[in-house]
Write a protein that binds this ligand. Structure first.
Ligand code: THG
Length: 260
C-alpha cells in the first residue's frame, strides 16, 4: 500500500492556524511524524478557508521540504494553485486532483506531462459524483483513454472513486468497493486506485473504527494507495495485518514489530 499522509490539510484546525500564523514548526513536526509512521508521500492541502491558496501552498511546500524528502501530493481544486506548487516540488510530484471533465483534463494532463508528475483523477464530472460503480467506470474509462492518448504511462495515473461519509451516503461505500475492483479491468496493466479514507467517517462517532474497517475491505478489493492518517496506530496495525493476509508481506510472529 502506497501511504499518503493526510494530516497537512487546512481542514485540520492545527494546520489552519499554523498556515495563518506561519508557524513552520507545527507543519514540520507533522511532516516528520507522518514519514516516521510510514507515509511514503504527503498530501498538501491549504484547506477551503485559505484566502491566498497559492501563497499558502508554496509556503507549505518549502517548509515541508526543509524537513522531509518524500513526494508531495498537491491537493487543490484550483489548477493555478497546483501549478505554482509544482514549480517548487523537488521529488516526483502527485497532482491531486482532476475530475473527468474535459476542460480540467486539458489543463492537468499537460501539467502532469510537463512536470513528470503522477495524476490522481476523481471519477466525477460537472454532474457530480455518480451514484453507482458502472457510471464511475464510464468516467474512469474516459480518464484512462485521455491520459494514455496524451502519451503518459498508466503507472502515473491513480483513479479515485471518491468515498463519501457513511452517515449521509450509506449506499456509496459498497459502490466504491465495486469500483475499485472494476477499475482494474479497464486496461492492462491495470490502473492504480486510491481513496481519501477519512472521508468515510466524517461527522460520525467511532471514526477510527469506521476508517479501519473500510480500509480492510478496500484492501481486499485491490486498493493500491490511500490518503490516510498514519499517526492512527490502530489503523496502521490493521493495514499491516490486512497486507499480511493478502500475502503482500511475509509472516513472522513479530510481524508488527518487523513492519515498523
Ligand atoms: N480523494 C483525494 N484527495 C482527498 C480526498 C479524497 N484529499 C482530501 C480528503 N479527501 C482526504 N483527507 C482528509 C483530511 C482530513 C479529514 C478527512 C479527509 C478530516 N478532517 C477532520 C474533519 O473534517 O472532521 C478535521 C478535524 C480536526 O480539526 O481535527 O476528517 O477523497 N484524491
Amino acid at each position: 500500500m502506497f501511504i499518503i499522509g493526510e494530516r497537512i490539510n487546512g481542514m485540520y484546525k492545527d494546520v489552519r492556524k499554523a498556515i495563518e500564523s506561519k508557524d513552520k514548526e507545527v507543519i514540520q513536526n507533522l511532516a516528520k511524524l507522518q514519514v516516521e509512521a510510514g507515509a511514503q508521500a504527503l498530501d498538501v492541502n491549504v484547506g477551503p478557508a485559505s484566502s491566498q491558496p497559492a501563497e499558502a501552498i508554496k509556503w507549505l511546500i518549502e517548509v515541508i521540504q526543509e524537513e522531509v524528502d518524500v513526494p508531495l501530493a498537491l491537493d487543490s481544486t484550483k489548477p493555478e494553485v497546483i501549478k505554482e506548487g509544482l514549480k517548487l516540488v523537488k521529488n516526483k510530484a502527485i497532482i491531486n486532483s482532476t475530475s473527468a471533465d474535459k476542460e480540467r483534463l486539458d489543463i492537468l494532463i499537460p501539467l502532469a506531462k510537463e512536470y513528470k508528475a503522477s495524476l490522481i483523477a476523481l471519477t466525477m464530472d460537472k454532474k457530480g459524483i455518480p451514484r453507482d460503480s458502472s457510471q464511475r467506470c464510464e468516467l474512469a474509462a474516459q480518464i484512462v483513454t485521455t491520459f494514455l492518448e496524451a502519451g503518459l504511462s498508466i503507472e502515473d495515473l491513480y483513479l479515485d472513486p471518491i468515498i463519501l461519509p457513511v452517515n449521509v451516503a450509506q449506499p456509496q461505500a459498497k459502490e466504491v468497493l465495486s469500483s475499485l475492483r472494476e477499475f482494474k479491468l479497464l486496461y492492462s496493466p491495470p490502473p492504480k486506485t486510491i481513496i481519501g479514507l477519512s472521508n468515510v467517517s466524517q461527522g460520525t462517532k467511532n471514526r477510527s473504527l469506521i476508517n479501519r474497517t473500510f480500509l480492510v475491505m478496500a484492501c481486499a478489493c485491490g486498493l493500491d494507495s490511500a490518503i490516510l492518517d498514519p499517526l492512527d496506530k490502530e489503523l496502521k496495525s490493521v493495514l499491516i495485518t490486512a497486507e499480511l493476509l493478502l500475502n503482500k508481506i511475509i509472516y513472522c510472529d513479530s510481524y508488527l514489530d518487523a513492519c515498523k
